[in-house]
Design a protein around this ligand. Structure first.
Ligand SMILES: *Cc1c(COP(=O)(O)O)cnc(C)c1O
Length: 373
């Protein structure tokens, strides 16, 4: 039986020849290809060329961002319970405490009312997660942050290419982190990027991705290395390689096509489920987002059975995500009722660029058949 994958990369001959080209040059590490990728991302987002720093994963982007803000032991960072565990690992890696907050029932984004109750004198930042590519709560997040003098780190791992206030996500925020892992809106194999207007912060992040070696980025972009240097901060080996950047540069050229395709598939799903009560969507504005995942809510406690049924029909599905405060390492002493309900009802159906409308129709037929019985 044909299996419909939940998500996957879409790699063409251009990505393959771009990688071969780098292999032929025998300069695989961080060099000019990464510099070009950073400039092209900046241009796409609509920020100055020196605002973007590429790293090896989205998780590293988040970790570097938090540590470059000097957030660490004794500090607290607010984060929604419904996110990939990478968001929390990035916080705890710095020694700071992830203060897990509840989400909004309609869209699973951070509930700023609940978040505000958890702010203390140790709170340094809010991590706003663009869950399922949605950044609808950003205005509220930034006004809360302004009231309490907090930094905002946007986990935009799922929101590359999305719009917010007539600009691209990343164009107006404090600090925005993207992921280019294999299944995100664009991929560089693995990879991530940090985007910010804060020049001092960007300087720090550029050094910190290369073990804290001062100005090593500039040298490597010229094909040189730093032989005499100072290190002032803890750094990490988090830089992006030329091989990754070569894939990413091709994918960036395809992002508009990807976005049309993803929107079209999601819109088909929404049409098919529109007058069926047993399935609720997250009410996202498809004009603004490039949907990374398609999440629905299954009412009536049927989610797990439906998942098994779909698996038997050759359809992979997922759960994005079980509430993070259930994890042993991040367990809270308090309940987050909306996140817990979300964890029971959410179901992710396949969405990727190589899915067809016929695939979506087949998936919808299966879901509707099962739930109508
Ligand atoms: C994918 C993802 C990350 C981590 O990105 P990686 O590149 O896989 O390290 C972080 N947060 C969210 C919400 C994600 O979806």
């Amino acid at each position: 039986m044909k299996v419909i994958r939940l998500s996957k990369s879409s790699i063409g001959k251009d990505e393959k020849s771009a990688v071969l080209n780098i292999l032929d040059k025998e300069f695989l590490g961080m060099g000019q290809e990464v510099e070009l990728f950073e400039k092209e991302i900046a241009d796409y987002i609509g920020v100055t060329p020196d605002s973007v720093v590429c790293v090896n994963t989205g998780t590293s982007a988040l970790h570097l961002a938090i540590s470059a803000l000097d957030i660490g032991p004794g500090d607290e960072v607010i984060v929604p319970s419904i996110t990939y565990v990478a968001s929390l690992q990035a916080i705890s890696a710095t020694g700071a405490i992830a203060i897990i907050s509840d989400v909004v029932e309609s869209n699973f984004l951070l509930d700023v009312v609940d978040a505000e109750k958890r702010i203390t004198s140790n709170t340094k930042a809010i991590m706003a997660v663009h869950y399922a590519s949605n950044s609808e709560n950003l205005t509220a997040v930034y006004s809360l942050a302004n009231i309490y003098g907090l930094r905002v780190i946007e986990d935009a791992a799922q929101a590359f290419g999305c719009d917010y206030n007539d600009k691209k996500v990343g164009a107006t925020g404090d600090i925005t982190c993207f992921s280019f892992d294999g299944i995100k809106n664009i991929t560089s194999g693995e990879g991530g990027a940090i985007c910010s207007f804060d020049k001092e912060f960007i300087r720090r992040v550029k050094d910190a991705r290369l073990l804290g070696v001062e100005n090593d980025t500039e040298n490597r972009f010229m094909g040189e290395r730093s032989w005499e240097f100072d290190v002032k901060y803890q750094g990490y080996r988090y830089h992006m390689s030329n091989i990754m950047a070569a894939i990413g540069r091709v994918q960036l050229k395809r992002v508009d096509d990807f976005s049309v395709k993803r929107r079209c598939l999601m819109s088909r799903y929404l049409d098919r489920f529109s007058d069926f009560d047993g399935v609720q969507d997250l009410g996202v504005n498809l004009k603004l987002i490039v949907p990374h995942i398609f999440v629905i809510k299954i009412k009536g406690g049927n989610r797990d059975n439906l998942m098994n049924y779909l698996r038997e029909k050759g359809i992979q599905c997922g759960i994005h995500y079980q509430p993070n405060h259930y994890l042993s390492y991040y367990r809270t002493g308090y309940h987050l009722p909306i996140a817990e309900k979300a964890g029971r009802e959410m179901l992710t159906l396949p969405l990727h660029v190589d899915l067809t409308v016929a695939d979506v129709d087949y998936i919808c037929d299966c879901v509707l058949t099962y739930l109508s019985e």
